[in-house]
Design a protein around this ligand. Structure first.
Ligand SMILES: Cc1ncc(COP(=O)(O)O)c(C=O)c1O
Length: 457
């Protein structure tokens, strides 16, 4: 398949000032009739009309390069014809199936078992939950509690696991929790290997992975205040936390400590899974074997679906222990099967590594050329640019980061923002973005950063 045919060839094309007149009207109407927790259209004010591959057209006919991919959902691109055909075929047959078996459901489960790394391949069970990633997190925790008869949990600083009660409790961002109390009790946070801002004040070269040692200390010290946990949950590469890639030895040490103290380890692959980081799952970069894996976003090929995948010996559920009306989204399952086939047939693993390295090598030059780019980092196509006021003090530059997003938008490139301090420009393009389109998009972002910097100096 020619990837250039998957996207609008004219991207980026901006016809006038943004938001355009039709977008403005729809955005205004939305604000009047929907709740005030809206988020994405506040940062990126457009009304969407069409998605095609790695591009998006708004209702005014402006065409954008999409470096955001629906928060990582659209791994193989918007309206990929391969997926749309599978969806059409399924929708002619049946669209809602609860957890009754269908041929396509069983095919997807087999595929998920099949794409696991060798030591888990075909030795795992798959459990579908409600359609969101948050529900996968809920069920992973529930299963770990059932299995261990314990209740405390350890999560990591900078982690994002969703917005339902348990998932939000495990999420580190204070913003979401301040007015949402009480949270689930007995959740503790351990420092992540965020080497650019090491919580122990070390620089990578002289670090002995104090963060991982600290985690083990929590488990070991009878006075750490943390009773033996039911599980620990970790993003092997953090997404919303700011595209943070820890050294592989970090996850290995965490996993070894978990094994020593018999604590199940849950790897949250909701954002980083399915070729996004250059491996099928991001825990594979460090060679560990999780006990439970949460998957969603790219799993359903653009349609809502989530699941947990876990070692067979953890299968201690009682009948109907985790139920839900929409855990049989068979349209998403058909799309999911097509999506995994597409990834394999088109070697998206190798492709995401190539395009990721191409983007990263371009962006890395910014670390020398710009005074506001503190760090450029990432793996595969999960990348981030950390914007600071000053490279010595590393003071987060939130306003400048917003300006980079806003100005990129005006020039036809969609990016979102994340990070502990909301100062990381996050790049999460569809994996089928062409080198040419990626290059055009990155050139625009670079130019925007230099212009923003010029305007403040
Ligand atoms: C790592 C991770 N876990 C969980 C979630 C929650 O998924 P959802 O928004 O589908 O509930 C997200 C969403 O961004 C995520 O990135």
């Amino acid at each position: 398949m020619k990837f250039e045919e998957l996207s609008f060839s004219e991207a980026p094309k901006i016809l006038g000032s943004l938001p355009g007149i039709k977008s403005k009207g729809i955005l205004q109407h939305q604000r009047e009739i929907e709740g005030s927790a809206l988020s994405y259209p506040i940062g990126i004010p457009i009304a969407l009309d069409q998605g095609k591959g790695a591009t998006i057209k708004d209702v005014d006919g402006n065409v954008f390069i999409d470096f955001f991919a629906g928060a990582g959902v659209m791994a193989i691109g918007h309206c990929n014809p391969f997926i749309m055909e599978a969806v059409k075929q399924q929708q002619r047959k049946i669209t809602h199936t609860l957890d009754f078996p269908t041929e396509i459901r069983i095919e997807l489960v087999e595929k998920i078992r099949d794409i696991m790394p060798k030591d888990l391949r075909n030795k795992v069970k798959v459990q579908f939950g409600g359609p969101t990633g948050s529900d996968a997190v809920e069920s992973a925790i529930k299963l770990a509690k059932f299995k261990t008869n314990r209740h405390s949990l350890i999560a990591f600083e900078g982690g994002y696991h969703g917005m339902t009660a348990t998932a939000c409790s495990l999420t580190s961002g204070k913003f979401w929790k301040e007015k949402y109390i009480p949270m689930i009790p007995e959740i503790h946070f351990s420092p992540y290997a965020y080497c650019y801002r090491c919580p122990f004040g070390r620089v990578s070269a002289d670090c002995n992975l104090e963060c991982a040692n600290f985690f083990e200390h929590i488990l070991e010290d009878p006075h750490s205040g943390v009773v033996q946990p039911a599980a620990t949950i970790i993003e092997p590469i953090q997404g919303e936390g700011g595209s943070i890639v820890p050294p592989p030895s970090f996850l290995r040490k965490i996993s070894e400590a978990c094994a020593r103290y018999e604590v199940p380890i849950i790897c949250d692959e909701i954002q980083s899974g399915f070729c996004r980081t250059g491996e099928m799952f991001s825990f594979q970069h460090s060679g560990i074997t999780p006990d439970i894996i949460t998957i969603s976003k790219a799993l359903g090929g653009g349609f809502p679906l989530s699941a947990i995948v876990y070692r067979e010996e953890l299968d201690v559920w009682r009948k109907a222990a985790h139920i839900g009306t929409f855990r049989g989204n068979v349209t998403a399952m058909a799309a999911g099967v097509a999506s995994i086939n597409f990834m394999i047939e088109n070697d998206l693993l190798g492709y995401s590594v190539d395009i990721g390295e191409f983007i990263l090598s371009k962006l890395k030059k910014l670390m020398n050329n710009s005074n506001i780019v503190g760090e450029v980092r990432g793996k595969g196509l999960m990348l981030g640019i950390e914007i600071v006021e000053n490279k010595e003090t590393k003071k987060p530059a939130v306003e400048l980061t917003n300006m980079v997003r806003d100005e990129s938008f005006k020039r036809g490139v969609l990016v979102e923002i994340g990070g502990h301090y909301n100062n990381v420009v996050r790049l999460l393009p569809p994996l089928i973005i062409t080198k040419e389109l990626a290059g055009i998009g990155v050139d625009i972002i670079e130019d925007v950063i230099m212009t923003v910097e010029d305007n403040i100096s």
